[in-house]
Design a protein around this ligand. Structure first.
Ligand code: BV8
Length: 252
């Protein structure tokens, strides 16, 4: 039988056992085993010819609101059908095993919350919190239209000012929410262990968080099927899927 051995250093286990504050920093990979395509997976259907970086911008939305709104509604509909996976559940269990755990996510889904994580710092907003592009008033979405196929959709209009409703996410070129960013950076500076789970570490300024924790004296473990190049004795790459690796880090 093929036994997949994941070398989890005894120092990391000791650091976790002694940790007073653990930070979990997640990217799209933590939702991959829920069937949610990661941000860099090829886009499908109508949007296949686009790079997500091109679509996830205010310029793209203003240029073609129906194309961009349709993409988000398609993603929202898929997310409503997705379930949290064993990685999300292991993070909830970890929170019961350490004195303090802070969850920071780049994801716009609500799978951490649906698994049972309490406060989640969303650095890139939420696909479930749309607002008016013009007056920023929050908008309550009805159930997504039954999109039988990937299609462009006209965004709803704001009941107050008739502006277009936009997804409640942070687009490229937009500032991250100040309060969440400050809380995330403070947590990274004050934690003993940071688990960086399922992120390609490309998007700034979120990508600075693991290095900030490292510089502040924490252990940093990257959990990813792709090995992550580590430059520091307290930085480790645990190669594998989050849903497989995270349960290994829990005490019984
Ligand atoms: C800003 C919401 C300034 C939208 C997203 C400095 C240097 C270079 C560039 C910049 C810089 N500063 C700013 C920039 C520009 C830009 C940027 O970073 N560009 C990069 C890409 C070149 N940043 C910005 O524009 C940011 N804004 O800085 O504003 C400013 C200040 C003041 C005033 C005005 C402006 C805003 C960035 C936010 C963009 N929005 N999301 C949406 O979702 O539609 S980012 C988007 O990418 C998602 O949130 C996603 O989470 C995120 C990052 O991607 P990952 O999560 O890492 O996902 P990815 O697919 O890349 O990787 C998945 C990983 O999982 C892989 O490694 C894979 O191996 C792994 N995996 C797969 N399966 C599993 C797994 N891991 C574990 N288990 C598995 N089973």
């Amino acid at each position: 039988m093929h036994r997949e051995l994941v070398q989890i250093s005894s120092e990391l286990i000791k650091a976790l056992d002694n940790a007073k504050h653990v930070v979990v920093f997640t990217g799209a990979g933590v939702s991959a085993e829920s069937g949610v395509s990661t941000f860099r997976d090829a886009l499908s259907g109508l949007w296949a010819r686009f790079d997500p970086m091109q679509l996830a911008t205010p310029e793209a939305f203003l240029a073609d609101p129906e194309l961009v709104w349709g993409w988000y509604e398609w993603r929202r509909q898929l997310l409503l059908k997705a379930q949290p996976n064993s990685a999300h559940q292991a993070i909830v269990k970890l929170a019961e095993q350490v004195p303090k755990l802070t969850v920071i996510t780049q994801n716009v889904d609500d799978l951490h919350e649906r698994a049972g994580s309490g406060e989640v710092l969303h650095l890139h907003g939420s696909i479930f919190k749309p607002r008016c592009f013009n007056c920023a008033k929050p908008y309550t979405l009805a159930e997504p239209p039954a999109m039988t196929h990937e299609q462009a959709l006209p965004p709803p209009l704001c009941p107050d000012c008739q502006g277009m409703i936009r997804p409640g996410v942070v687009w490229f070129g937009e500032a991250l929410p100040q309060a969440e960013m400050e809380a995330a950076f403070t947590a990274a500076e004050n934690c003993d262990v940071l688990l960086s789970i399922g992120t390609s570490g490309v998007v700034q300024p979120a990508a600075q968080i693991p290095q900030l924790a490292l510089r502040s004296g924490a252990w940093v473990a990257h959990i990813n099927p792709e090995p992550v190049d580590c430059q520091h004795p307290r930085e480790l790459s645990l190669v594998g899927a989050a849903g497989h690796i995270l349960p290994l880090l829990l005490t019984d």
